[in-house]
Design a protein around this ligand. Structure first.
Ligand SMILES: [Mn+2]
Length: 424
């Protein structure tokens, strides 16, 4: 289905007066709102192809109906999201779940929806039908060279797919590790992994980046071969200038200070990609900003400060993506909520009085430091985010319009109730 321009305009005209009142109220108190709105309009968050269907847990999966059955339908879903918020103009593909049948057709479809191809994702965490070697005991860390070679070859194939589509980066997340003490020689696992990554690195086109994603635990429960930002940074530094660390918010041990991690990685010029989600306990993959919105703001505050210090463009300096799983909510509504939360945290970070904060730090005025941060965090920036959407011809209330137009009901009508997205 496609949302018609007039449907968005009708929706916006109903909300226009109320929005205008809130927006003007905000601009009276805040300096530089125009600059913030412009930055918000530029900021795009990639949607991964695997987030469009209902995810499961180890215990069950409860499908919601009308889920995309093909790459074309996944792109159609992201096209809908992008129409509603004009902030989801990129798709991140997962190979082999999303191998395009016809590259030209897929590129044409992307252009039609206004989407670009974000980082490509490889998969060596599960065995595919007909695959020669098994990844049961790891992929790039594996004791058997043949398994490592299969993993390397797969990643090089993913790069080729990405080149054809016009992507410019590869994200490598490895499930490699061990579940029991003694199972693994840590140093050999690291060296094998590094050697494998070096072979992939050598196959990267000149203008490509590779992101090394880390994760503290799961599916292995004793050790992970790229377990934290230190290990990821070791690999990235050894690989070279095209290699970067990727931070996934859910991939840390509880209470890790993620804002400090991103600050230091940016300082080192080694933060490349970012995966948004939220969690209470582990890698819960919940809606961004649903549990810890203050943490999301503090992280954005460091992202903005660190990128500004390096003169980086906020929109294109890092690979921004949502990496979440939707077990009980409609995946599209959930993604709209995530994008909104990310935009709000970004807007709040842009509001921070950076000069005042630096002065307060130099005077050890801890109270003023907190006042400055919380003044930004407690500002209701929703009218700024809505204004950015309005100017981009998106909906003032994306979830509201999604429901008004009965998008899910229509998708179920088109695709049927019992559908499963590839890879889920
Ligand atoms: Mn991730």
């Amino acid at each position: 289905m496609k949302i018609e321009r007039y449907q968005i305009e009708e929706h916006n005209s109903k909300l226009a007066q109320s929005h205008q009142r809130k927006f003007e109220f905000l601009t009276q108190d805040i300096q530089g709102t125009e600059d913030i709105v412009q930055k918000l309009m530029k900021f795009q968050i990639a949607i991964p192809s695997w987030a469009l269907g209902t995810g499961g847990t180890r215990f069950g999966r409860f499908s919601g109906g009308g889920e995309p059955r093909s790459l074309e339908e996944k792109m159609g879903d992201i096209g809908l999201l992008h129409q509603l918020n004009q902030s989801s103009g990129a798709i991140s593909l997962h190979i082999p779940w999303d191998i395009p049948q016809n590259i030209q057709d897929i590129k044409a479809l992307a252009a039609q929806y206004g989407l670009r191809f974000d980082a490509m994702n490889s998969n060596t965490f599960q065995d595919q039908p007909g695959q020669e070697q098994s990844y049961k005991f790891g992929s790039m860390q594996h004791v058997d060279k043949a398994v490592r070679k299969q993993a390397v070859d797969h990643n090089i194939e993913v790069i080729k797919q990405g080149v054809a589509l016009g992507s410019d980066s590869l994200t490598v997340w490895l499930a490699d590790g061990s579940s029991f003490p003694g199972q693994l020689n840590f140093r050999r696992a690291f060296e094998n992994t590094l050697e494998s990554l070096q072979e992939i690195y050598a196959a990267l086109p000149e203008d490509w980046k590779v992101f090394v994603e880390y994760k503290a635990f799961e599916p292995n429960f004793y050790s992970t071969t790229v377990g934290d930002w230190g290990q990821s940074l070791l690999y990235a530094n050894k690989l070279g200038p095209k290699a970067y660390t990727l931070v996934d918010l859910g991939h840390h041990l509880p209470n890790a200070n993620i804002e400090q991690i991103v600050s230091l990685l940016l300082m080192e010029g080694k933060l490349g990609g970012f995966h948004f989600n939220d969690s209470k306990y582990g890698d819960d993959d919940l809606t961004a900003g649903s549990v810890k919105p203050y943490q999301l703001f503090l992280i954005f505050n460091e992202l903005v400060a660190g990128m500004d210090a390096k003169g980086m463009d906020h929109a294109s300096g890092l690979g921004w993506m949502i990496d979440a799983s939707h077990n009980v909510k409609d995946p599209l509504e959930d993604l709209l909520q995530s994008v909104e939360a990310i935009m709000m945290a970004y807007a709040q970070a842009l509001l921070v009085d950076k000069q005042g904060l630096e002065e307060a730090r130099l005077q050890n005025d801890v109270v003023r430091c907190q006042e400055i941060l919380q003044n930004a965090f407690r500002t209701d920036v929703r009218p700024l985010v809505a204004e950015a959407r309005l100017r981009a011809n998106a909906a003032l209330n994306p979830v509201g319009l999604f429901r008004e137009l009965q998008v899910r009901e229509k998708l179920i009508g088109e695709r049927g109730y019992k559908t499963v997205a590839t890879g889920l």
